[in-house]
Design a protein around this ligand. Structure first.
Ligand code: ADP
Ligand code: MG
Length: 241
């Protein structure tokens, strides 16, 4: 991949959910691109399509229409095996609910994604320790069970786990949503550390204080994406978040 090629290139993405209750048009023609090393926040009210977009960007879901290129690869042309490999090695996910394995140590949680790669056994712990150091978790916690640390620490462990495979892209869906403002700040510091090492980060949030840390903010409303808050306001009413 050349340095000038976007990590993410989304072209007119649509996603329609079909349920017994009818159709929901969750994404309505979303286009944008993100360059390597950018830290981008995506803001929008509840139900605006943020998580749907995240799932498409993370290759967990496919668009109903439109084209998605990740590091120049057209995702629609990838086989299921290729998609599994992309998810395991090119993308790191951070979820609001942390999704750590309880009663399992911090170190083991961070090593988990490496079990699905060709990373040699002897190399796994070294990489996990490096990822935990990158999010500034003190070493004394590495052997703690993941359900015996604070919420802010749990989220830093989740970020380290997303980072351990050296993915090109980190996707975070409301990573500070479950945290108080002090621990939320610590988590943002961990993201700032990712930016410092040149990771591309897409962070979904509905908190303006969180978005303020990003290089740029995109706005989503009713499944449509806007490059500025003014552009979003210009199309009509703004739903309060
Ligand atoms: P956000 O993350 O911004 O709150 P979502 O992407 O979760 O928004 O949802 C966007 C819209 O799509 C909502 O109307 C939601 O109810 C609907 N939706 C999301 N996921 C599904 C699903 N799996 N099946 C049906 N409808 C869904
Ligand atoms: Mg959501």
């Amino acid at each position: 991949m050349s340095a000038t090629e976007p990590v993410i290139q989304a072209e007119e993405l649509h996603r329609v959910y079909r349920t017994a209750a009818g159709l929901t048009h969750a994404l309505r023609g979303v286009s944008f691109s993100i360059m390597p090393g950018e830290f981008v926040a995506i803001m929008g009210p509840s139900g605006s399509g943020k998580s749907t977009l995240m799932h498409v960007l993370g290759c967990l879901d496919s668009p109903t229409k439109g084209r998605y290129l990740l590091e120049g690869r057209d995702i629609a042309r990838c086989s299921q095996d290729e998609l599994a490999d992309i998810r395991a090695t090119r993308i790191g996910f951070v979820f609001q609910a942390f999704n750590l394995l309880p009663r399992t140590t911090v170190l083991q949680n961070v090593m988990l994604p490496l079990l699905y790669t060709s990373c040699p056994v002897g190399e796994r712990e070294r990489r996990a320790r490096a990822a935990l150091a990158a999010v500034a978790l003190p070493e004394e916690f590495f052997d703690h069970k993941s359900n015996e640390i604070s919420g802010g620490q749990m989220q830093r462990v989740a970020i380290a786990r997303a980072l351990v495979n050296s993915p090109a892209l980190i996707l975070a869906d409301e990573p500070t949503g479950n945290l108080d403002s002090v621990t939320g700040e610590q988590v943002l510091d961990a993201f700032a550390a990712l930016r410092a090492v040149g990771k591309t980060v897409v962070l979904i949030t509905h908190e303006p204080e969180v978005a303020a840390h990003a290089d740029r903010t995109l706005y989503i409303r009713d499944g449509k994406l806007f490059e500025t808050y003014e552009a979003m306001k210009a199309v009509g009413k703004v739903i309060a978040t």
